[in-house]
Ligand binder design. Structure first.
Ligand code: PLP
Length: 458
């Protein structure tokens, strides 16, 4: 029964990113999800909800795709598993590798498959360190990340993540990780700053950090093309080319964490293409299989690849790999998923319906007295709530306005995400969202804001 399941859940399981005590005592939200179709999920209580966050920005092709389910079943019957060590592999993993490289930016050379975004970032950091060791500069090891960046929650990746929640009481960040400013224009230190001035400010802050630490101690810079979990923040105009110039000058590698943006979410296949970035490494996961099976990809650029090969010529086998690297079932899901993205034109749909969602949201809530900013790119959209719009004064954390609006949206049948820092309503729907479904999200967001914060005509 529902009650039994709920009880077993509380008594046997501990959930990720959850308040453990509240959940175990039955004081926190619990939802047992049973099915999904298109952009909707259903639960055991009989609710049908429009998933405006595609799970965790990952079910890009939408729920219930029989093509992917069939591909997984066929693969499981034919060959559920064989490892990929020492030159072994499956037809599925080789085919997917070819498909990924056909879609990756031209200067990328090879792909390595793991299971999720965190492990793909761990792989990329190890490759950066290996690279510098092979080049005989073992002191060049620090990694620059950005405050508000999200890169996972392992020891290294949790360190890279620039959100306090992921460090607190875990003795993180590790010593090799240093943080610089987020390119968050709405939060610029001085309201009088133009966007161009703010980019110059971010560049100057980065230059200062490099000067203080010493360029010969810094290996790489990691960033999401669009900040995701830190608030869904597209970069200000010109940010990436300006940062890239600094990194090139100091021989600092660039890792584009495209776990959210890879495979179409911005309306381009990769965020790196979208913003003209030239990364040495790309991290991807989520959209690679639309989360039908766990799989991640670490994509290595040519200049690193040449050195990695030289490294194994000198030192032997690369000491990095997992039992489940390049798992055939994940690869089969990936192949079917990438085909669907092409066949249904979902990258284009993300651009078009994403623009429709953003325009509709700006129109519906952009003038509200407690809406500071409506922003987005492709199929990513955020509404930032503020106490005082004219003075850009934020709510107190204890007021939990973002969470309240998201709860009011849920009552109206739409799932959004209260982003972990600040009062930001996050939307990242499946890329197959229709215009009508986008309109439904907009209406529900507006009604929920009015319910929680009043009519608020500016
Ligand atoms: N990098 C980014 C940009 C992410 O958004 C996430 C997860 O949300 C990760 C890395 C970590 O991925 P995973 O949760 O699959 O380990």
């Amino acid at each position: 029964t529902n009650d039994e399941l709920a009880k077993w859940d509380r008594e046997s399981f501990f959930h990720p990113s959850t308040h453990l005590g509240q959940f175990a005592r039955g004081e926190a939200a619990q939802r047992i999800v049973t099915g999904g179709e298109g952009v909707f999920i259903t639960d055991r209580d009989g609710n049908r909800l429009l998933d405006g966050f595609a799970g965790l920005y990952c079910v890009n092709v939408g729920y219930g795709r029989p093509e992917i389910a069939q591909a997984i079943a066929d693969q499981a019957k034919e060959l559920a598993y064989y490892h990929a060590y020492a030159g072994h592999g499956s037809e599925a993993n080789i085919t997917l590798a070819k498909m990924v490289m056909d879609r990756a930016p031209d200067h990328m050379a090879r792909v390595y498959f793991g299971l999720g975004g965190s492990d793909a970032n761990e792989t990329n950091i190890k490759l950066v360190w290996y690279y510098n060791n092979i080049l005989g500069r073992p002191e060049k090891k620090k990694i620059i990340s950005r405050w508000r960046g999200y890169h996972g929650s392992g020891l290294m990746t949790g360190s890279l993540t620039g959100l306090e929640l992921f460090h607190k009481k875990f003795d993180l960040p590790l010593a090799q990780v240093i943080h610089t400013d987020a390119p968050y224009y709405y939060h610029r230190p001085d309201l009088a700053m133009s966007e161009a001035d703010f980019v110059a400010h971010c560049v100057a802050r980065l230059e200062d950090l490099i000067a203080t630490e010493g360029a010969d101690t810094i290996a790489a810079f990691i960033g999401e093309p669009v900040l995701g979990t830190g608030g869904i923040v597209p970069p200000p105009e010109g940010y990436w080319p300006a940062i890239q110039k600094v990194l090139d000058r100091h021989e600092i590698l660039l890792i584009a964490d495209e776990v959210v943006t890879g495979f179409g979410r911005l309306g381009s296949m990769f965020g790196s293409d979208h913003y003209g970035m030239k990364p040495d490494l790309i991290t991807s996961a989520k959209g690679l299989t639309s989360a039908y099976a766990p799989l991640s990809a670490s994509i290595v650029g040519q200049r690193m690849w040449d050195v990695l090969m030289q490294g194994t010529d000198e030192y032997g086998v690369l000491g990095h790999g997992w039992t489940y690297s390049a798992h055939p079932i994940g690869a089969a899901a990936g192949i079917a998923n990438l085909k669907l993205i092409d066949d249904l034109g979902l990258v284009q749909n993300a651009a078009e319906v994403g623009a429709h969602l953003l325009a509709g949201m700006r129109e519906a809530v952009g003038g509200h007295a407690h809406v500071g900013e409506v922003r987005g790119e492709g199929m990513l959209c955020a509404v930032e709530l503020v106490a005082d719009r004219d003075r850009r004064r934020f709510f107190e954390a204890s007021e939990t306005m973002g969470a309240k609006v998201v709860a009011a949206m849920l009552k109206r049948g739409v799932i959004a995400r209260a982003m972990p820092q600040g009062d930001i309503i996050g939307l990242a729907p499946p890329l197959c969202l229709s215009r009508e479904e986008a309109d439904q999200i907009v209406t529900v967001t507006r009604d929920a804001i009015v319910e929680v914060l009043g009519p608020g005509s500016a």
